[in-house]
Design a protein around this ligand. Structure first.
Ligand code: GDP
Length: 287
């Protein structure tokens, strides 16, 4: 999606319509780049709704860095849970957390002698962060009938997550922040920007530079790189690492030279698929 101001206004209005129906928001971020995959206006848009953060694709992220992010969000009063929506890891933890966020309401209903209804939840996040995957994972085969609840827009469906939670079947789609070139590079490196808006070689260069800095030993061992850069600000040294990886991965043109475009493509595909190891591209200490 190419986001323009009109799209953002429409997306925001759609979420605000859904917010009227729901009790708890599930904010989905990419564990490898939690802040870069976060909508810049999310606090304003969600307006104090009880909310939890899920750090998705944790299977691809560096667990040590993810733990740092969990502490980072805790400091802001937000519970963050690392999950892997594709395999379902930790997805069972979502319901108890939603119940904890809504406990005060449930208790007050019980005090009034009312039978508490199921918690109504909405998943929000930027494109490609895993919203549909998570909805399907939570749904199993339990997609509820349409519009049998007051205030439900026609066509809006609720998915039953056990008996205690109802989930809106369409997520809230938010836009990422683009103002910062580094954010764009991180989004492209992780595959959040599907269309290659940025040049592949730039994305590969950024990724390799970050990996040399934070995962240097692993990179060196994996690709048998003889000499690692001693100066991160020397682009030639980073390109040398890209060439070494390209050579190892067969990105060679006639004459034995490395095809840097092909090497870049291979690096990005390997990175996105987790073939370079569990790598996070952003740390709380980067800010
Ligand atoms: P949406 O645009 O937010 O609905 O994203 P999708 O649910 O379509 O997911 C985008 C891509 O990410 C798909 O290829 C999913 O298979 C993949 N994906 C989603 N969750 C995970 C996860 O936890 N781990 C990994 N490795 N891939 C995931």
């Amino acid at each position: 999606i190419q986001w323009f101001p009109g799209h953002m206004t429409k997306a925001r209005r759609q979420i605000e319509d859904k917010l009227k129906l729901i009790d708890v928001v599930i904010e989905l971020l990419d564990a490898r780049i939690p802040l870069s995959s976060r909508n810049p206006m999310v606090d304003e848009i969600l307006k104090g709704k009880p909310r939890m953060v899920l750090l998705n694709k944790h299977d691809l992220a560096d667990p040590v860095v993810t733990a740092e992010w969990v502490r980072y969000f805790a400091d802001q009063g937000l519970q963050a849970l690392p999950i892997d929506a594709a395999s379902g890891t930790q997805v069972k933890e979502i319901l108890p957390r939603a119940k904890a966020l809504w406990a005060h309401k449930i208790e007050s209903q019980l005090r009034k002698g009312i039978n508490p209804r199921a918690i109504r939840a909405l998943i929000v996040g930027i494109p490609n962060v895993g919203k549909s995957t998570l909805i399907n994972q939570l749904a199993g085969k339990k997609i509820a009938a349409t519009g049998d609840k007051p205030g439900v827009t026609k066509g809006q469906q609720w998915i039953k997550v056990g008996t205690e939670m109802d989930l809106l079947d369409t997520p809230g789609i938010l836009w990422p922040k683009f103002e910062d070139q580094m954010v764009g590079l991180r989004l492209a490196a992780t595959g959040a920007i599907k269309e290659e808006i940025l040049h592949l070689d730039e994305v590969a260069f950024f990724s390799i530079k970050y990996m040399v800095q934070h995962y240097g030993t692993a990179l060196q061992e994996r690709f048998g790189i003889a000499e690692m850069p001693d100066d991160l600000d020397d682009p030639n040294q980073i390109v040398s690492v890209m060439e070494a990886i390209g050579r190892k991965r067969g990105a060679i043109v006639s004459g034995g030279k490395v095809d840097l475009d092909k090497a870049s493509l291979i690096i990005i595909r390997d990175l996105r698929a987790g073939k370079l190891g569990r790598i996070s591209l952003e740390k709380p200490t980067d800010y």
